[in-house]
Ligand binder design. Structure first.
Ligand code: CP3
Length: 359
């Protein structure tokens, strides 16, 4: 068992005291970093990068070399799971992810099965062990997956979508088919996240990027119910340490009480929520992660610092906050501005963790 040199992130997720507010950034290993683009070029493609544990380790560590981040996130993608189910993931230049064989026909849905994680996703668990060795306990490593509904969006639409017409048609016309897909996805995600935890992931996050596109009742039935099953099925302790989990539904601000009721340790917030108001609603039950608008990073450092200070002040005094953006960092972001954000979080957050209240 490696002793963590910096465990502020894990402690904050468990709502335990820390000397400052920990920070990491969604998509911290990505195209805004020139060194990422250089490694991606050597790997030949995004999938060449993600499927090679050596390259995945290299890019996972790149943002940590630049910034004093409090967590590392495994470099991979949520869509490796449907890829392992045989849907044929590929990236068309400038068009984002696509599937060669989208799931539309009843016969194909009936054939869908939980992939054998040990063989199909071996490259992911190998990357996790290699990254843990390379980190040497510097900061914890986050493993992640998509939510069953978010994965189904890509599996059924065959790629990104502006209106989710195909999956929503299935939802209203053949809910039985969609439930079958979601059931297989949930079982796969549980097996996948637990394999990552056993390989060394010290916290896990479920990305429900598209749950927020649903009406409230459909969100509960088609997205949250399956997230709840995953939370219940996750390994909670590994090597004597708690492995906390985070649930992030983009656009889920109206449903925070329901999300907190899944039994998760922390709820991710997008930038539309007031984090102080969110804390008043669910802060007694869960930690909160977020929630600076990623576009803040296009402003000059002084403006970024002011916005960081405002999020910290809104959350207020005491533990249970992990600082992050409200969604992934844009590829057009100036890396120095990410540096300004990380520095400001560390600098401004200490008074909120000292004995006396900061306001
Ligand atoms: O640093 C990290 O956060 C870890 C790695 C990570 C990636 N994708 C790398 C990636 C994580 C956690 C993800 C999650 C992911 N992937 C989500 C959920 C989070 C979210 O952003 O809402 C989703 C919906 C995907 C699917 C996906 N993968 C899309 C839509 C794209 C294209 C995005 C774009 O900006 O063009 C990807 C590709 C992808 N995944 C990239 C990275 C760094 C860019 C690919 C490249 O290098 O060309």
């Amino acid at each position: 068992m490696t002793i963590l040199k910096n465990d502020t992130f894990i402690k904050a997720l468990l709502r335990q005291p820390t000397p400052y507010t920990p920070v990491w950034i969604m998509r911290q290993a990505g195209r805004y970093l020139p060194e990422y683009n250089a490694t991606r070029k050597r790997a030949g493609s995004f999938l060449g990068l993600a499927k090679n544990p050596g390259f995945a380790t290299e890019v996972t560590l790149q943002p940590l070399e630049r910034f004093p981040l409090d967590a590392a996130i495994l470099f991979s993608d949520i869509l490796t799971v449907p890829d392992a189910m045989g849907l044929g993931l590929y990236f068309a230049e400038g068009e984002g992810p696509k599937f060669e064989r989208p799931l539309r026909e009843e016969a194909a849905v009936n054939k869908l099965a939980v992939p054998d994680i040990g063989s199909t996703l071996r490259y992911v668990t190998d990357a996790v062990s290699q990254i843990r060795r390379a980190l040497g306990g510097r900061v914890p490593l986050i493993g992640f997956s998509g939510s069953p509904y978010t994965l189904a969006c890509y599996m059924i639409e065959g790629g990104g979508s502006a209106d989710f017409r195909t999956i929503k048609t299935m939802l209203y016309e053949r809910p039985d088919l969609l439930h079958r897909i979601l059931d297989i996805n949930a079982q796969s995600v549980i097996a996948y996240l637990n394999a990552r935890i056993e390989a060394g992931a010290q916290a896990v996050m479920i990305f429900d990027t598209w749950g927020g596109s649903l009406p409230a009742a459909a969100y509960r039935e088609f997205s949250l119910a399956y997230i709840q099953r995953i939370v219940a099925g996750l390994i909670k302790t590994c090597d004597g340490a708690r492995v906390p989990n985070i649930v992030f539904t983009k656009g889920g601000g109206l449903w925070l009480e329901d999300i907190a009721a899944t039994g998760c340790d922390a709820v991710g917030l997008d930038w539309t929520c007031d984090i102080g108001a969110a804390r008043a609603r669910v802060g007694g039950k869960v930690a909160l992660q977020g929630n600076l608008d990623p576009m803040t990073l296009f402003a000059q450092p002084e403006a970024i610092r002011a916005q960081v200070a405002a999020v910290l002040a809104s959350y207020g005094h005491g533990p249970g906050h992990v600082f992050n953006l409200g969604h992934g960092v844009s590829q057009f972001t100036n890396p120095d501005h990410v540096g300004a954000l990380v520095e400001a979080v560390h600098e401004f957050s200490r008074p909120y963790h000292s004995g006396q209240a900061a306001h």
